[in-house]
Design a protein around this ligand. Structure first.
Ligand SMILES: O=C(O)CCC(=O)C(=O)O
Ligand SMILES: [Fe+2]
Length: 447
């Protein structure tokens, strides 16, 4: 073994041998200077995405390592652990209800970013997983699958559970919106590059939202996404792994890359999500984040809006991201919220991910953070304009408390099995934002 934690020793698994062969094949005729054209963010994405060589985990910040409670829970193989000293951080205070102080970290290189490892208990994580699949990813909340399939009103997950119960899980009961033959005859063009697909989210540059842009946003045409002509009838079981996102609150229009305020607030932010956001934002000692030593690096003016957050912070929109272990989320900035500096709270559940966050362009070298199940990350203030993304989900890293059936307080037993089977190869990220100042009335037509 060498010092580099990415090396698994002399014997490679068949999958690693295959990945190495593929790598050698694809890079054989590649110009040697190809990497010179990549921005630092792109280069980091490529490194962490690669199946070969495996990413060097010694460069990834892992604050669960060593002394964290529950460090053995889903910590993964040594090759899936990072290091406590991979990135410079400083500790800030966070109070957690009456239970006293937890741990939170701020980063001189990314002002406004606050990381709360293991902020969500195992029991609350199970509740959030259950809610996300069973209660959230269903009408009226839009998901990536709505564009292409006629989903059952009970929601995909409930249809899936029912099919398991009835032994009809092979039945192709879900119909595509456009059947292959009728779309070929159809006069309306079907774009293969539809913005809403079963694959990764497509992210393009959009102008930042602002109060002066609001009037324009209200008049933008918001055509529905184009259904794929390739969608086939399929069973709920076949469609569940293709679930990629479900909207929270205000409707996001993927074509315009802006919120479609004319559709109203949706179902708002469910209490199970809101509770975590409020606890995190109210618990963090923002004074020490923004006024503490090492906080003002690179900042021209001190950031003071945090002083209004105890009264003003109120999440009203977001997205639940569902990742399978092969999925990635490319570099982007979330700039469609009129509250441009308000905290964005991101909750990680299931398999671990490598999260990259840099600066206002892709030219800033990003810091890599290993996000595990139960972690909360808050992007606030200046770092709301920082490029970030998820180049990798680590296989076999889902903690055992999400994989085993148990009869917890919720009376769960075998009932948990479908959730455990799903989470084994998945990561759920609940990403909650504030679009409007609390109490602001955008003067919208009644939805
Ligand atoms: O999955 C994550 O950790 C980040 C998701 C994200 O950046 C987003 O939904 O905008
Ligand atoms: Fe994001």
């Amino acid at each position: 073994m060498t010092e580099t934690t990415s090396l698994l020793g002399p014997s490679l698994t068949p999958a690693q041998k295959k990945a190495r062969k593929q790598h050698l094949k694809t890079t054989k005729n590649r110009p040697a200077d190809i990497e010179d054209g990549w921005t630092p963010f792109r280069a980091a994405e490529k490194r962490f995405k690669a199946k070969w060589p495996l990413p060097d985990m010694s460069t990834v910040l892992d604050l669960h390592h060593e002394d964290m409670e529950g460090a053995d829970e889903g910590s993964g193989e040594p090759s899936q652990r990072g290091r406590r000293d991979a990135v410079e951080w400083r500790q800030v205070d966070v109070s957690v209800d009456q239970k006293g102080k937890g741990k939170a970290y701020a980063f001189p290189r990314v002002p406004g970013l606050v990381y709360l490892p293991s902020f969500v208990s195992a029991e609350e994580q199970r509740r959030l997983v259950r809610w996300s699949l069973q209660d959230h990813a269903k009408p009226p909340n839009e998901s990536n699958l709505d564009a292409h399939h006629v989903l059952p009103p009970e929601g995909l997950w409930n249809a899936y559970l029912r099919s398991l119960h009835d032994g009809t899980d092979n039945e192709e009961s879900i119909q595509p919106k456009v059947s292959g033959s009728s779309s070929a005859d159809s006069a309306s063009p079907v774009s293969p590059a539809s913005n809403v697909t079963n694959g990764p989210r497509t992210l393009i540059a959009n102008p930042p939202a602002s109060p002066s842009l609001l009037a324009t946003l209200l008049t933008l045409p918001t055509p529905p996404p184009t259904p794929s002509p390739n969608a086939k009838p399929c069973s709920p079981a076949a469609l569940v792994p293709k679930l990629r996102w479900a909207n929270i609150g205000w409707h996001y229009h993927w074509g315009n890359k802006q919120y479609d305020f004319t559709r109203g607030r949706g179902g708002g932010v469910a209490d199970v999500y809101r509770a975590v956001c409020m606890r995190a934002v109210r618990g963090v000692d923002w004074e020490s984040v923004y006024s503490g030593e090492g906080s003002a690096e690179g900042e021209k003016e001190p950031f003071e809006e945090w002083k209004t957050w105890p009264e003003e912070y109120e999440p009203d929109a977001g997205i639940v991201n569902f990742y399978q272990t092969r999925d990635t989320l490319m570099a982007h900035v979330d700039r469609s919220e009129l509250c441009a500096t308000s905290p964005l709270v991101s909750i990680s559940l299931g398999c671990s991910a490598i999260f990259l966050i840099g600066g206002p362009t892709r030219d800033t070298e990003p810091i890599p953070i290993l996000l595990r199940s139960g972690d909360v990350l808050i992007m606030s203030g200046p770092c709301r304009r920082a490029y970030h993304g998820v180049p990798r989900i680590l296989e076999d890293t889902c903690p055992t408390y999400l994989l085993q059936g148990h009869t917890g307080q919720d009376g769960e037993g075998d009932e948990w099995k479908p959730y455990a089977d799903y989470m084994r190869n998945a990561r759920i990220n609940v990403n909650v934002r504030q679009v409007f100042p609390r109490g602001f009335d955008p003067g919208l037509p009644a939805a």
